[in-house]
Write a protein that binds this ligand. Structure first.
Ligand SMILES: [Zn+2]
Length: 205
């Protein structure tokens, strides 16, 4: 069976108003490593890939996020974080034994400022909050992708022929897309950072 790429993007802001420059840190708020940069935990069933961002002000980080985040074929920003899934599989000899592993990749930003006092502690706090919200958002996609695909495979194993398997796969793929769309709709209706959604301009992002 063919490999079918199925990117599922998310909808974090892709265009935001230009923020005012962040003031330089005062002697009292210079960052020397505390608080630490939040490290995203492993995501069961998914692989995390990172793109690098740099900057010492929030505006520089936003500019870097937009410049370095994943783009679609038209060159448009997909999001500051992305979850994408792809399944592959070999020949179907019997529906009961067909194996269609799914590969889920989460792309997240990574910022590793030098703890030399050039960055304000407040920017690190804001970064950590942003990174955690993106992470929670993408974990939500991963759960949908894996749960749906697991259910699809269970269903496929009960089909009567390999042709039925082939015929069913587009339906299974569409369900994943629909469920991810519904996830976005739910977040849009109840947008809170702790559940993976933030309004434009939240904390200056
Ligand atoms: Zn999303």
């Amino acid at each position: 069976m063919p490999n079918l790429p199925n990117p599922v993007a998310h909808v974090l802001p892709t265009s935001i108003p230009k923020p005012k420059s962040t003031p330089k840190p005062t002697p009292d708020t210079r960052w020397f490593g505390e608080p630490g940069i939040w490290q995203p935990p492993d995501i069961p069933g998914a692989r995390i890939e990172y793109f690098t961002v740099s900057g010492s002000t929030q505006w520089e980080l936003i500019t870097s996020l937009n410049a370095n985040s994943p783009k679609n074929p038209n060159g448009e920003i997909v999001g500051w974080g992305v979850a994408a899934w792809e399944h592959s599989g070999g020949t179907c000899y019997s529906p009961r034994t067909v194996d269609l592993p799914v590969d889920v990749v989460v792309t997240l930003p990574r910022w590793t400022p030098l703890p030399d006092g050039t960055v304000d502690q407040d920017l690190v706090t804001k970064w950590n909050a942003l990174q955690q919200t993106i992470y929670v958002h993408e974990v939500g996609h991963v759960k949908i992708d894996i749960d749906d695909w697991t259910a699809a495979i269970d269903y496929i194993h009960q089909l009567s022929s390999c042709q039925a398997v082939i015929n069913y796969i587009p339906t299974a793929e569409q369900k994943i897309r629909d469920d991810n769309d519904a996830y976005h709709a739910r977040l849009k209706a109840d947008c809170r950072p702790e559940i993976g959604c933030f309004p434009r301009g939240w904390l200056g992002w």
